[in-house]
Design a protein around this ligand. Sequence first.
Ligand code: 2P0
Length: 332
Amino acid sequence: MKKIGRCRAHTNIALIKYWGKRNEALFLPMNSSLSLTLDAFFTDTQVKIDPNATEDVFFLNGKKQSVEETQKMSKFLDLFRKEADIQDNMIITSFNHVPTAAGLASSASAYAALSGALNQALELDLDTKTLSTFARRGSGSATRSLYGGFVEWQMGVENDSTSSYAIPVDDASWDIGMIVIAVNTSKKKLSSRKGMKETVATSPFYPAWVNSAAVDLKEIKQAIKEKDFIRLGEITESNGMKMHGSMLGATPPISYWEPDSVRAIQKVKEIRENGIPCYITMDAGPNVKVLCQQSDMPNIMKQLRHDFDESKIIPSKVGSGLTYLTEDDWDY
Ligand code: 2P0
């Protein structure tokens, strides 16, 4: 056994959203989703297998994590221990490179990087597709962070855990970019996990959301194939809004929006009406992400700066898939 593994994974933003599980224990989603991996936000993780350690230890950004956080992590590590048929404890050291001002959840890049580092440390040699089924069980969205560019997370069949994995769709190397407008970066009051569960259980719009997401996925894949940016943007914006619509139908209603989210949406619409194609999407938080062409980014950012503080506008190029790091790369 190698004993040490190190890996980098980038975060991703869904263009066709995942919002609800059909099997909570196995993190099997209600619908397939599709995302764009972002270069600007990533997690580096090192796994050290330590047969002498009496418990798992988890450091995040140089800080030892609480018993509660570590136990959550240990449950995930158990999946890999079982696969490798070992019982050793592990020291996990993780660094998140998500600008604190970005307000982006890091669970996607975190569980993807951890999965890669475990694969290496335990010498499991799992292929990326199989590894994505492991990452999925840390956080659903992590499934998609194993690949770069546009990535599909296939919902799979019934309760078969091995059938729900990520596949690369396109490397998105055709003038694609994203700008994050960070509206509010404090921790959200309602977690995605709870928010999606309540939406599935109580929203009468939920079945319509699931049906619509399937149609959107088919169409967005066609738009990607044809490199049709306008169509890509239109479907992205529409799909995100429909997800938020399904939440509004929950009892009690769920909304992650804030006044500045609406202000950002209106601004993006205005920029679009002035002739630059750009489209919004939002996740389980108030921040607004703008899908655009990379060549238009300087112009869009200039216009956004009229209404939003410069520190709140964060551009990103398209990100790559998992990168295994050497000892030399690990300069923490
Ligand atoms: C997504 N989100 O597709 C959707 C859109 C938020 C809105 O995946 O319970 O942290 O760990 O599987 O992946 C956020 O939820 O939830 C998310 P769990 P996750 O990106």
